[in-house]
Design a protein around this ligand. Structure first.
Ligand SMILES: [Zn+2]
Length: 272
């Protein structure tokens, strides 16, 4: 009987796999030569922990793995592969970009673009668009931007900290032009089908915990930032209802220092 190879094309769920040769080498040597797709340099990444996603730091631009994953989808998705590095992208591509963070390596490069807006969340005492210590405040659930303002929205591990992430996705949909895209990463259960709701706000805005409180490290807050949700395949269906067609990319590209079994980046394109 002929072997059915279709199974090779099933990309979801993404089950755990053993380390690849490049990953074994990188872990042993604690470094790996790469062509960095952010700074564009021939460089070396340093590996200091076995959590590849938040590690593998480029010695030239200090980008880490997850940032290069976002840059990979941004550059290759928009230019159809003709521009491979963020350094080149920001100088050649004229788009309006909104970044939901106002710091870090991606921000440093994107801020070279002519129409670039960035923000942070400083607390509900501020109005959207207000500046706090020179940085714009925005609440992702109530963005102050006009409709169809942006071609691209970028968020990297932000939506898990939003009390109602699908209200925020609806807002992102509103401020994107038709065909515009939201490129993002979130903590994602690669073999689960329903989002894990860890906390929420009740009708009076009071915090309710459904699971043990989980906090992520945040440069702006010493006690960390609360995780409301960890996502799964359910998210793709909900985004479809909002009018997005969402590509889920499972990246592995050691040449660019994109290592590990969980290089998952989403590209939600506003289709209707
Ligand atoms: Zn670099």
């Amino acid at each position: 009987m002929k072997k059915n190879n279709l199974v090779d094309n099933v990309k979801y769920p993404i089950y755990a796999r053993p380390l690849t040769l490049a990953e074994k080498l990188a872990t042993t040597l604690k470094l790996l030569p790469i062509k960095c797709n952010i700074c564009g340099s021939l460089s070396v990444i340093s590996i200091t922990t076995d959590n590849f996603r938040e590690n593998c730091i480029c010695r030239r631009c200090h980008s880490f793995n997850r940032q290069r994953q976002i840059a990979f989808v941004l550059c290759n998705g928009i230019t159809n592969g003709s521009i491979g590095t963020l350094n080149e992208f920001v100088n050649k591509v004229g788009l309006s970009v909104y970044n939901t963070e106002a710091g870090g390596v991606l921000h440093n490069y994107l801020s070279q673009m002519n129409d670039y807006v960035c923000s942070e969340y400083f607390g509900d005492q501020y109005k959207g668009g207000e500046f706090v210590d020179g940085k714009m405040h925005q609440d992702l659930m109530f963005l102050s931007f006009e409709n169809a303002r942006f071609d691209v929205v970028i968020s990297t591990d932000v939506f898990e900290h939003v009390a109602d992430p699908y209200i925020a996705h609806k807002e992102v949909h509103r401020v994107l032009r038709m065909g515009g895209r939201h490129i993002f990463t979130v903590p994602f259960y690669q073999t689960d089908f329903l989002d894990e709701k860890r906390a929420s706000l009740d009708n009076e805005g009071k915090l309710v915990f459904h699971k043990e409180p989980l906090y992520h490290v945040d440069p702006l807050r010493s006690d960390g930032v609360l995780v409301f949700n960890i996502f799964s395949i359910e998210m793709l269906g909900k985004l479809a209802h909002l009018g997005f067609r969402t590509n889920m990319y499972h990246l592995y590209n050691p040449i660019n220092g994109i290592l590990g079994p969980n290089g998952v980046v989403f590209e939600a394109i506003k289709e209707r």
